[in-house]
Ligand binder design. Structure first.
Ligand SMILES: NC(=O)c1ccc[n+]([C@@H]2O[C@H](COP(=O)([O-])OP(=O)(O)OC[C@H]3O[C@@H](n4cnc5c(N)ncnc54)[C@H](OP(=O)(O)O)[C@@H]3O)[C@@H](O)[C@H]2O)c1
Length: 260
């Protein structure tokens, strides 16, 4: 297969790494950052290519590994090419690749790529969509080559999967960052919390069936909560967020105890 990855960011790097492990693929990379292009082409033995040469390569599959907002614009480079053109976004609809391209697809890997080379593709569920029988055939063949587990989806379902991923990954990271900022403000050593962070994530992955809530709000320890509110007195935004989350935990645990 002749495959091109357009973009030189995090997902592009991880995808190139996985594809380059397969011997039956000719791999091309394109992008606007020359330094990253050179790095990726050396690392994964890919050919660097530019828009003026796209039509000279008999491409089977193109991945638009670019920001969601520029998917439509970048897809236009392939209007005169028979390749299946595919994006990797959790949120952009299939038709963000213009319908002028008959063979469109989505290949959304449900994972965070903050460490592009640390990602284990064996474990990632990849959500797929197709505009034609040909795009389905090519993408399914590709998925077998790189050995990933795919699941058919729709625009409506995929955006919801993406939104849940934001709660799980992005918001969790924000909460950790907030704690780190408070540690800095109060001159506490953030590394004290590393065993707690590790144990929290172990517990979450081991109790996915019911994900029990804990802490002062879950116990209904109002005096402790009041003391926490006072610590945040000088920071109204943090105080408001802390109260909203605590009230939410309290309501959820109360609802559960009513049910049981
Ligand atoms: N990151 C994740 O965890 C994750 C997970 C699943 C799916 N995705 C999806 O994967 C896709 C790529 O995300 P990413 O995380 O790899 O993003 P990224 O690391 O920020 O890389 C984005 C790439 O798009 C290029 N780009 C942006 N605007 C451009 C423009 N106007 N013209 C040409 N190139 C442009 C950037 O070039 P420069 O470097 O020159 O700016 C860069 O190569 C997105 O659709 C995203 O939704 C991401």
């Amino acid at each position: 297969m002749n495959i091109m990855v357009m973009g030189t960011g995090k997902v592009a790097e991880s995808l190139l790494m996985r594809i380059s492990e397969s011997s039956c693929v000719n791999l091309f990379v394109s992008g606007r950052n020359e330094e990253r292009l050179t790095y990726l082409s050396k690392k994964f033995h890919t050919h660097i290519t530019y828009p003026q040469n796209f039509l000279q390569i008999p491409l089977d599959l193109v991945f638009l590994a670019v920001n969601d907002d520029v998917i439509s614009e970048k897809a236009k480079f392939f209007f005169d090419c028979s390749a299946v053109v595919c994006h990797l976004s959790g949120a952009a609809p299939l038709n963000s690749i213009p319908e002028k391209l008959k063979h469109r697809a989505v290949f959304y890997p449900l994972q965070t790529f903050a460490r592009p080379q640390g990602v284990n593709w064996d474990e990632i569920p990849v959500f797929t969509q197709f505009s034609s029988e040909r795009s389905k055939l090519i993408l399914e063949h590709f998925s077998k080559i790189i050995r990933v587990n795919t699941y058919p989806t729709s625009d409506e379902e995929r955006i919801k999967i993406h939104l849940c991923a934001v709660w799980i990954n992005n918001f969790t990271r924000l909460i950790h960052l907030k704690a780190k900022m408070l540690c800095q403000e109060w001159k506490l050593n953030f590394t004290y919390f590393l065993p707690l962070i590790l144990e929290t994530h172990t517990i979450i992955s081991e109790t996915v069936e019911d994900l029990p809530l804990t802490g002062p709000a879950a116990r209904g320890d109002f005096k402790t909560l009041q003391n926490h509110f006072e610590c945040l007195d000088s920071n109204p935004e943090d105080l408001e967020l802390y109260k909203i989350l605590s009230q939410y935990i309290y309501r959820l645990t109360k609802d559960k105890s009513v049910k049981s």
